[in-house]
Ligand binder design. Structure first.
Ligand code: ADP
Ligand code: GLC
Length: 501
């Protein structure tokens, strides 16, 4: 199959979260299974074009009556072989992407022209195929920045009178986070160049605003999200971010496929960022990583005290209000009352960053680094004993999976993909892979961390067994990539498209 991934993020070029990891890892796995995969990304200012190859000739993209010109750069996905290489294309347009930031910056957290930037990006995905004379069987769009792709396919490209080429193409839209929908003033709709009938028919209309994700959810041939449990949750009012009705309406075409993890990058027996690699047969490397982590954060080098680690975006989704909230957050009492060390790496909302700095200056066993670091994140995954994810919602979550295979026991809220990947500790039988709670509140976080710390000091045998159980789990991408292929095929079937073989 020919598959074009349309995404605003992909590692190693642009990343704010797990979306970037998922897009590249899924593409690599599909290519390994013998499929022809290409990825298209904006050429953000931070992506060095000297390392890319410029395609000859420019590319014109119609943008509501005018044609916008861009350059197209390309390179191959690193780490792939000739047989399963992936071409990655970058749309270079100075006005839209020639600035710092993917979606925003410190002063303008959501760029005012984001609707225009990403409408342009979606439209240019089609122009790119024309330029390459390469028409995909599947257009796989990710999250709201790519959500107008299925709209164009359905209402502009697969209709009679269009320029042609996409008659046999189907579209999939994957939701990575329903909390971000791309809702903007409807004045921006004119940039799409589509008629106002499409505005209503495609489902852009949202209380007099333009909702880009909603239109994608109505228009894509099939929908998916990144865990089976999140697919169920998003159909309920509680977790549906006002789009539960749309998702219930499309339930026959909507499924959840659990993300895998890239086991070349996240693998304790190959990890280049940790002092000594390890496996479940020999955990000495894990003890060394703990020591290195304690040293890195200036904590006493004590193997006996449990280390609770966290790597996260500091945003409401991740439960940071209940953990660090200025008047009632639980971290203060956790660190005061319990014999543990708490280490955090994260960046995000400034109230939270400030709160964390304040806590770190007053608590001797709480250390934090505000910022982004691939290396430190690996060290935290390897060197911690427990990994905390008290998420308000979590479509899939990658860090709990990294934790499990690194022998670091997750402490998580039972939500989204966390519920699909972690099994709660059973005190009677000793079974389970982590510690879980349901209701998000400062006291539940306090109690559950307390439970884990109690088990650390009193149920050492169970803890060691849980570690090993986690390390034996298989979160490789192969299984998930196979499910995406089945989804692609099912979509072709639903759309009545017959392929050559
Ligand atoms: P989300 O995409 O919602 O942030 P995920 O768990 O799916 O959550 O993915 C988060 C990814 O981003 C993980 O790979 C995690 O290690 C990484 N990450 C988040 N914050 C940081 C940080 N400050 N430094 C390094 N990596 C980070
Ligand atoms: C989003 C979600 C996260 C998921 C990631 C990759 O960022 O918040 O839970 O793991 O996408 O699909």
């Amino acid at each position: 199959m020919k598959i074009l991934m349309v995404s605003s993020e992909a590692v190693p070029w642009a990343k704010t979260g797990g979306l970037a990891d998922m897009v590249s890892a899924l593409s690599i796995s599909l290519a390994k299974l013998g499929h022809e995969v290409k990825i298209v990304l904006p050429r953000y200012y931070s992506i060095n074009k000297d390392q890319l190859t410029l395609l000859p000739g420019g590319m014109g993209t119609p943008m509501g009556g005018v044609e916008e010109w861009s350059a197209v750069y390309t390179t191959e996905m690193p780490g792939t072989t000739k047989r399963n290489s992936i071409d990655v294309y970058f749309i270079d347009h100075n006005k839209y992407f020639g600035r710092d930031g993917i979606y925003g910056n410190q002063t303008e957290t959501d760029f005012l022209d984001n609707p225009r930037r990403f409408i342009f990006f979606c439209r240019s995905a089609f122009q790119l195929c024309r330029k390459l004379d390469w028409y995909p069987d599947v257009l796989h769009a990710h999250d709201w920045p790519a959500a107008v792709v299925p709209v164009y396919l359905k209402f502009a490209e697969r209709v009679s009178g269009s320029l042609g080429g996409f008659e046999k193409t189907v579209s999939i839209l994957t939701i990575h986070n329903l909390g971000y929908q791309g809702i903007y003033s409807k004045d921006n709709f004119d940039y799409t160049g589509l008629g106002w009938d499409v505005y209503y028919n495609a489902g852009f209309e949202d209380f007099n605003m333009m909702n880009m994700l909603k239109a994608g959810l109505y228009s894509a041939d099939k929908l998916s999200t990144v865990s089976p449990n999140y697919a169920e949750e998003t159909k309920t009012q509680y977790n549906g971010f006002r789009l539960d009705g749309v998702l219930r309406y499309r339930r026959a075409d909507y499924c959840g496929i659990l993300n895998g993890i890239d086991n070349k990058v996240w693998n304790p027996s190959k990890d280049e960022y940790i002092p000594v690699t390890y496996s479940k047969k020999d955990l000495t490397g894990k003890a060394k990583a703990k020591e290195a982590l304690q040293k890195e954060f200036g904590l006493p080098l004590d193997p006996k005290v449990p280390v609770i680690g966290m790597v996260t975006r500091l945003t409401d989704q991740k439960g940071v209000g209940d953990l660090f909230g200025p008047t009632y957050g639980s971290v203060w009492s956790i660190c005061k009352d319990m014999d543990l060390q708490f280490i955090l790496l994260g960046s995000g909302e400034s109230w939270c960053e400030n709160e964390i700095r304040g806590l770190a200056s007053r608590l001797s066993n709480f250390k934090a680094r505000i910022g982004y670091s691939e290396k430190v994140s690996h060290l935290i995954e390897a060197g911690s004993d427990f990994f905390l994810m008290p998420s308000r919602y979590e479509p899939c979550g990658l860090n709990q999976m990294y934790s499990l295979i690194y022998g670091t026991i997750p402490i998580v809220r039972r939500t989204g993909g966390l519920a699909d990947t972690v099994e709660n500790f059973n005190e009677k039988t000793g079974s389970g892979t982590g510690f879980m709670f349901d209701y998000l509140s400062p006291s539940s976080i306090y109690d559950t961390v307390g439970w884990a710390v109690w088990a650390w000091y009193n149920r050492r045998n169970d803890i060691e067994k849980m570690r090993k159980r986690g390390m034996s789990l298989d979160f490789s991408w192969e299984k998930s990539a196979q499910k995406y292929l089945e989804l692609y095929e099912a979509t072709q079937k639903t759309m009545g498209i017959v392929t050559a073989n």
